[in-house]
Design a protein around this ligand. Sequence first.
Ligand SMILES: C[S@@+](CC[C@H](N)C(=O)[O-])C[C@H]1O[C@@H](n2cnc3c(N)ncnc32)[C@H](O)[C@@H]1O
Length: 368
Amino acid sequence: MTRGDGEHSYASNSRAQEKSILKTRPVLHKAVAAAHALSLSSGPGGAMVVADLGCSSGPNTLLVVSEVIKAVADCRHELATGSQPQHVQFFLNDLPGNDFNLVFQSLELIKLAANKDRQEEPLLPPYYVAGLPGSFYTRLFPDRCVHLFHSSYCLMWRSKVPDELASGAVLNEGNMYIWETTPPAVVALYRRQFQEDLSLFLTLRHTELVSGGHMVLTFLGRKSKDVLRGELSYTWGLLAQALQSLVKEGRVEKEKLDSFNLPFYVPSVDEVRDVIAQSQAFDVIHIQLFDVKWDGGDDDVEMEDYGGVESSVSVARSIRAVVGPLIARHFGEHILDHLFELYAKNVAMHLQKVKTKYPVILVSLQAK
Ligand SMILES: C[S@@+](CC[C@H](N)C(=O)[O-])C[C@H]1O[C@@H](n2cnc3c(N)ncnc32)[C@H](O)[C@@H]1O
């Protein structure tokens, strides 16, 4: 993600992700209530431990913390008067390169965010926030100490590009992800990487959760039955087309494009269900798929307005905020402005024809 809070930063360009967090609120609040009850049942003195995995930096990080704090406050409201408030220990996790400084500098805004829209006496519980750098595809906590894991817009990122693709062999020419010309063998490599990653993630988190602990996970998925034309295949396919234009203009070497592969895979709901079932570690409390417009626009805005110049530019900015650093590392920073201008045009042309949206999978799990 692009650091800081400047024009191209993730903090300033993450409206679609914010929309998703807001849509998952009822499911998150239920999981918080259950995790809160669980933490109280272990007797007085213990804190409720919550971790947001892949927190990034910016308003969405604060939104998640404030939603959880508000939900805990609501639980306390329902308990008998005189009950002691439960202390909440919050861990914000991301990769070590994340802009944790920005997160720490903005922590004082959590109270404001949590109190926003609250009519009654806030009675926020005492809470403590700590940063936790590390990959969520590794152990992050000791055994059995977390009551609730939350993660939003992260689990479509793979732990790595599949080895066979990363080895340098050109297996998916002209593409950066699964797209119309991708061979079935490459689709299989991506799918296997997803299955291994999610299975590992579930095993790790199960060990770290207290018995009966909860997890609310939201990530990009696939609605289309045709894996070569999944909704996210368009997102990356249109970017690959913009890179192909730069190859034609002589600004990017073709070999560079052919060796660029995203560590990414968007599963269908059934693929997610299968991995969860195989893990035998969690009960599925809730699973659903919902849509979010690429530009993060409101659902009630007319579809004709979706994909106009303004929204295509905003889609390009949001994708640049996410993969800009990855692209700069591989191709050089100098191509970014031109690349994302071309991309905005490709997005506008696509959305004029098809009003594609992001399919988002929301799953709420309880540890067995
Ligand atoms: C699109 S951002 C989502 C940020 C925030 N949760 C939101 O909903 O706006 C994805 C985040 O996942 C993080 N991430 C990706 N892979 C990760 C991993 N293996 N371990 C920890 N964080 C990871 C990225 O660094 C990035 O900050």
